[in-house]
Design a protein around this ligand. Sequence first.
Ligand code: FAD
Length: 396
Amino acid sequence: MREQRAARPADPYDLLELDRLLTPDERAVRDSVRAFCDRRVGPDIARWFEQGAIEDIRGLTKELGELGVLGMHLDGYGCAGMSAVDYGLTCMELEATDSGLRSLVSVQGSLAMYAIWAFGSEEHKQEWLPRLAAGTAIGCFGLTEPDAGSDPGSMRTVARRDGADWILDGRKMWITNGSVADVAVVWARTEEGVRGFVVPTGTAGFSAVEMKHKMSLRASVTSELVLDAVRLPATAVLPEVRGLRGPLSCLDEARYGIAWGAMGAARSAFTSALAYAGDRVQFDRPISSFQLTQAKLTDMALELAKGTLLALHLGRAKDERGLRAEQISFGKLNNTRAALEICRTARTILGANGISLEYPVIRHANNLESILTYEGTVEMHTLIIGQALTGQPAFR
Ligand code: FAD
């Protein structure tokens, strides 16, 4: 009788043996972040998502600081000075747990800390970076406004001079970590163009209100910031940048991490679906034995491996020579789109269980709806790549 079952490879989750492309040190970084996530966050994350709140976010942030992942790709001021690949692998593990966890780390390290590290004064760096790296302080990044999302150049938040001081007025929307932050990097229109300000959140006139009713990124704090005649000293402005290049270069840092992170969420959904398909019996056979299920699993494995290779390629290039904006868009666009498709397909394999928080799949799929939109929507990244291909900007 013909043997029905062929031997499976040692690791069906890594058919291409991409693991071999990593150095032992890189694997060690990845494994330590994975172990932390499995121990500290994994057991609670579905409940946090359901509640719409991370329990003890301050304690968790401090532990992430002790793990060394906050601003880990920056040098000095208490930051770990790791490579872009190490940071990417970390984002992948964090997001395999939940996109909200990766967002907490991305906003802290790639947006708030990077802005201060790249464009701040020596005093800004000394005051904030060690605490943000240790996780004893939380940072947020305020760019988006109610009427300025994809087009941040239309922002209305203004900063005007009053003697030597600055006065900030305006509103920021959808700000991750906003109402738990100790410091906000706020971008505002000035007479000299867009400038960034380091705003301690205890400053009079600053308030942050948590935004509720999200069906995505529920295990993440999202807030509206209100700046009502916030008086700041002359030294509050980030001295080293003017114009939209400031916020956009911070976004590039975070978008790079998302290209990796999205593959983490996709890997988690794929792993669930493959295991489920092997266990679930219908018509007297495991559903993994049906050709239609195998076609889905095969497509998921292909996209997951291609997206992971793309992220690793970008990471190696970033470490060697840096990345151009359209290269980062390539990774963010492809990998968020692919990850969402993988999660949706995984959901179908789990049938009705696919919509339950007992499994991570619907949580990842819902989270990825935010990831698809924030840090530049699908359309914005398409236009960035389109401009690189044709030389013609089609944004307006
Ligand atoms: P819009 O800009 O209004 O876009 C709506 C639709 O129109 C999109 O599909 C868009 O692609 C399309 N569109 C717009 N212009 C064009 C065009 N020229 N051509 C074709 N299509 C176009 N922002 C921060 O500053 N800090 C944060 O920490 C932060 N965290 C976030 C967390 C979450 C959970 C979410 C959901 C958002 C967060 N954001 C944050 C905001 C996010 O960056 C914006 O939502 C995003 O930039 C899109 O802006 P918008 O929502 O105003 O959509």
